[in-house]
Design a protein around this ligand. Sequence first.
Ligand SMILES: [Zn+2]
Length: 165
Amino acid sequence: MKISDHISLAEATKSITAQRLGIDNTPDDKTIDRMKLVANHIFEPLRNYFGVPIKIESFYRCETLNKVIGGAVGSQHLIGEAMDIDDDFGEISNRQIFVYIAQYLEFDQLIWEFGNDNSPDWVHASYSTNNRHKLSVAYKKNGYTKYEHFTSLESLYMFLDDLYN
Ligand SMILES: [Zn+2]
């Protein structure tokens, strides 16, 4: 079963951890509908724009799986509204992915996940029926994960520059 042109349900629910621990990471129909929105409004435009394979690191996560991997409480991954995208395949960078979504796509929350001021380690992108256009940076401070929120790319870049330089 496909949830969009380039994403199969198998790919969107796959987790090595779930497999290893025998966790059933199958979403219900309502969740699949929300996943289709994220796939069609964020992933497919991104995929079509760059024209290269783009890796989905994590998409749907059931409650048990989210707990085991230390995902945020109330994470949008739990309801199929968020995906983590990574530049593992090497043709484009996470920075390019982040900037493209921020500039051209409709989104709920876009997170620059760790990394440095040049590029995040991965990009978290969510889409909902009530999109907030929230730009965020996740970073570590004294061993804790912190989030900072922005309304423009310019203010986010300034924060990253201060944080990492
Ligand atoms: Zn995420």
